[in-house]
Design a protein around this ligand. Sequence first.
Ligand SMILES: N[C@@H](CCC(=O)N[C@@H](CS)C(=O)NCC(=O)O)C(=O)O
Length: 211
Amino acid sequence: MLALYYYPGNASLLPHMMMREVGVPFEMHLVDRGKNAQKSAQYLKLNPNGRIPVLVDGDLVLFETVAIALHLVDKFPQAGLAPEVGTRERAEFYKWMVHLTNTPQAEYRAWFYPHEHVSDEAAVSAAKKAAEQRLYRMFDIISEQLGDRTWLLGDRFSAADLFLFMLMRWGRGMPRPPRMLSNLNALGERVLARRAVQEALRVEEIQPPFF
Ligand SMILES: N[C@@H](CCC(=O)N[C@@H](CS)C(=O)NCC(=O)O)C(=O)O
């Protein structure tokens, strides 16, 4: 049985939505951030970085959201969450998954945890503002790349769209949230309309606004 270590709305939401898309049975274990459980000795055995999520698949223990996502697309190819291996579309899929994780997702760390990026307490709010400006630029570029396509890969829905939805959600409290870009907003609505996504949000007790 697959087991996901999660906290509502955290990066665990991507594998959670994916497993609901697949329709596979899985267990969910709450990592109680209110009690800093992600830094507990027990959790650090699963992820020595003390970060969420972790996926346990038998004796395989995986950390890193995108590694988990890629493992799920490979393990459940019938779910069609990624194009076929070796195709041009698959390469585009890799591009988006890697871009989303090492560009906006990484930048969000600087926005959510600006104190980790500066040694001077007085510089924290400037560091957050700078991260915000970089995030705006990143979402502008994603929006330009998306253009009038339905999904990041064009006509084909993939896990990359779920990933983008989660990242848009994280920015919902910014003065200029990603949804203000009309094509991103439309993609967000399309993702939100999926039954698997609604189920994941319901189970995590996430309330509107969703993104
Ligand atoms: N690169 C990691 C980042 C994970 C990450 O930053 N998770 C956040 C929640 S979204 C977390 O665990 N924050 C709590 C902490 O850092 O103590 C991944 O993609 O899995």
